[in-house]
Design a protein. Structure first.
Length: 115
């Protein structure tokens, strides 16, 4: 096996407990994503992420969240525009950083919808 991933839906309120219940929504969570060490650096992770992003757009997901290993979180930021959700993750000695990607595309909305 070269790698694997698992997806699930999770409530936004599970990440942001102070959110207004009326604003709570389900978001796509990349629960697991891993590439076997001998195959890392060959583009397999990038291909998996492109597959996930394509599926998310097809299913009209607005947000994607994941917990990235601290050593590689910049990979998600640089390639896919994920942003860290909590500043404290960058300071603490926690092994993971929670990342969020907003899939909202203003240009597409303006192109296809009247205001």
């Amino acid at each position: 096996m070269i790698g694997y991933y698992t997806l699930r839906h999770t409530a936004l309120s599970s990440l942001l407990p102070n959110i207004n219940p009326d604003k709570d929504k389900q978001i796509l969570d990349i629960a697991r994503l891993a590439i076997a060490k001998p195959f890392q650096g060959n583009g397999y992770g990038t291909e998996i992420m492109h597959t996930i992003l394509h599926m998310a757009v097809q299913f009209n997901e607005r947000y994607i969240v994941l917990d990235a290993i601290k050593d590689v979180w910049h990979w998600y930021k640089e390639r896919f525009r994920f942003e860290h959700l909590f500043d404290q993750d960058l300071i603490d000695d926690t092994p993971v950083i929670t990342l969020l990607l907003d899939l909202y595309d203003k240009e597409l909305v303006e192109q296809y919808y009247d205001e």
